[in-house]
Design a protein around this ligand. Structure first.
Ligand code: ITT
Length: 202
């Protein structure tokens, strides 16, 4: 069974990634490590920096960076999502959105490294920001994000429901499919599926 080491500080991410990769026959191990996140305009740049920082790990290494993007706030908090949430919580966003359009999307860029080779995979889910937080499941912005077509937040839903549609699950499912193809092509090492660095699979 192929195995991948997922490097992140976030246990919620790890659980979601592990569950999504199980059906692809990929075993996920967790390395809890804080990786440098440079100031960048794009998640993919952050993922590249994270992949640089895991060069000491052997085998397949998986990292990801995610953000909540709100078009009426010019994409904020976006790449600053983690920093903003830890400093300020949800309130300023809810306040700012009282008179603005509430549409939002979550995006994940997942990065895989194997020796010198690296690949990126993108997932995205559209939705809107709730008027107030609701639910206790998940993590981060889940209590204020209502996916398109839903009447509840991610945090009000069980993990399986979030994993059926989430930004992370979509990106990581692409990783799983890529693994499946790659291990099916025994003896052939060139990258199959996904896109080779520096471009990004969309
Ligand atoms: P890493 O160690 O993997 O970087 P992190 O929690 O710092 O973990 P990010 O920088 O990717 O991860 O996350 C940006 C912010 O967006 C952070 O506050 C997360 O809690 C939040 N976030 C990421 N994915 C989310 C999701 O699926 N649901 C809700 N919030 C999420």
């Amino acid at each position: 069974m192929p195995a991948v080491t997922f490097v992140s500080t976030n246990p919620g991410k790890f659980r979601e990634v592990r569950d999504v990769l199980v059906p692809f026959g990929v075993e996920t191990r967790w390395e809890r490590r804080s990786l440098p996140e440079p100031q960048a305009d794009e998640l993919s740049e952050v993922v590249d920096a994270k992949l640089d920082a895991v060069r000491d790990l052997r085998g397949y290494v998986l990292v990801e960076d995610s953000g909540l993007f709100i078009p009426s706030l010019k994409g904020f908090p976006g790449v600053y999502s983690a920093h903003f949430l830890s400093l300020w919580g949800f309130e300023p966003i809810l306040e700012l959105l009282r008179r603005r359009d509430r549409h939002a999307f979550f995006r994940t860029v997942a990065g895989v490294r194997f020796g010198p080779d690296r690949w990126q995979f993108v997932g995205q889910v559209r939705g809107s920001i709730a008027r107030e937080p609701a639910g206790r499941n998940g993590f981060g912005y889940d209590p204020i994000f209502v996916p398109e077509g839903w009447h509840r937040t991610f945090a009000e839903a069980p993990t399986e429901a979030k994993n059926a549609i989430s930004h992370r699950a979509q990106a990581v499912r692409k990783v799983g499919a890529w693994f499946a193809k790659r291990s099916g092509a025994s003896g052939r090492k060139p990258p199959i599926g996904g896109s080779h660095h520096p471009s990004t699979s969309r």
